[in-house]
Ligand binder design. Structure first.
Ligand code: MRU
Length: 354
């Protein structure tokens, strides 16, 4: 097992630059971007060079800390530039709440350091970004252990999108559960939904699983129901971008379809997510802003048009699975029924979700 050797981001020792593994280029090439300006970090998030709810938060935090070295050396201008950076990063992708949790932590660190020399303020931002990523990695490992215990021996698990090491600071949420269960010898096979339109499953999840020698089969999204009907799936395990107070789950488009199918076939549907993905301030899934992405993602692939010129399309990046269709939510502090989630929240659960 490769342990947590896959990581989508690295922070320079001196905190002056963040390196992102460009996920748009996977699986063909492992190209690292070296970023030290806010606009470049924001575009990397918008264009999916870095993606996955926890990884977006980590990239934004590290990107802000790195970019702060290029900000002005007078306190008033420095403050204005940090404010503008927080604002720009908050307008990259709306659905995953982890981004806003990370930005709130960065804002708190920035405000707590007011009045100190700018070198110390920059160091405080870097320290906060590093801590945010370290906590995410630790949460993934803990979720892995909790989730692995839920799966039967010889489990055939279906997953959607990429909720792996690439989507986090390392290890993964849903794939972290699968990795941990694999380490216990419990995984017979993973069915990987290709996840149209951006193909995070085909490109990224397949790449992660194959690197680690975890038995997998890539399927098109439309095959999932037939695999369930054939008795080929023991559990569905997915990640999340935002979970509301009542346990509704926003995740990659297609998750809701899987949940309905799993419910029909009496297959447990598990959602693995750290507390940074839980938004207790939002009552239910209908209130979540669902990101709408470019039509070209649906009309084209790899620069090749798949449909008649100008075909009108819908492209919501996420959907909402009602709590009633989720068997359990796997967090770093334990496994909870969706209806128990709010009461189970640790006292330190991040505030400020938007
Ligand atoms: O559009 P993406 O690739 O950022 O969407 C990612 C997902 O929907 C993941 O399932 C979710 O962020 C959980 S990642 C641990």
């Amino acid at each position: 097992m490769n342990d947590a050797s896959i990581t989508p981001l690295r922070f320079d020792e001196d905190g002056r630059c963040v390196h992102l593994l460009d996920q748009r280029r996977l699986p063909d090439e492992e190209l690292w971007l070296r970023l030290d300006e806010i606009e470049a970090v924001a575009r990397a998030i918008e264009d999916l060079a870095v993606r996955g709810a926890p990884a977006i938060g980590c990239a934004a935090a590290m990107g802000l800390a790195a970019a702060s070295h290029g900000f002005a050396d007078t306190p008033a201008e420095f403050d204005a530039q940090v404010e503008a950076a927080l604002e720009r990063l908050a307008h990259t992708r709306p659905t995953a709440v982890n981004l806003f949790v990370a930005l709130d932590q960065m804002r708190a660190s920035f405000e707590a350091s007011r009045g100190r020399p700018l070198a110390e303020r920059r160091a405080a931002l870097a320290e906060t970004a590093r801590r945010h990523a370290a906590e995410d990695l630790a949460a993934c490992k803990a979720m892995g252990e909790h989730g692995a215990a839920l799966l039967p021996e010889g489990a055939r698990v279906l997953t959607h999108c990429n909720a792996g090491a690439l989507a986090t600071a390392g290890w993964g949420t849903a794939l972290g559960v699968i990795r941990s269960a694999h380490a216990l010898g419990k995984i017979a096979r993973v069915y990987v939904d290709e996840t149209r339109p951006v193909l995070q499953g085909a490109r990224l999840t397949a790449w992660e699983l194959m690197r680690e020698g975890i038995e997998m089969r890539l399927i098109t999204d439309s095959m999932a129901g037939a695999m369930m009907a054939a008795g080929e799936v023991d559990a569905v395990v997915v990640g999340a971008d935002r979970i509301t107070r009542n346990g509704d789950v926003a995740n990659k488009i297609g998750t809701y379809t899987l949940a309905v199918l799993a419910h029909h076939h009496e297959i447990p549907m598990y959602v693995a997510a750290p507390w940074t993905t839980v938004d207790l301030q939002t009552a239910e899934g209908a209130q979540i802003e669902i990101e709408q992405r470019r039509a070209e993602e649906v009309r084209e692939h790899g620069g090749r048009r798949l449909s008649p010129e100008g075909a009108a399309v819908c492209n919501p990046a996420f959907d909402v699975t009602p709590a009633a269709l989720v068997r359990a939510i796997i967090t770093e502090t334990g496994v909870f029924a969706p209806a128990e989630l709010a009461a189970a929240a640790p006292a330190a659960v991040p505030e400020g979700a938007r």
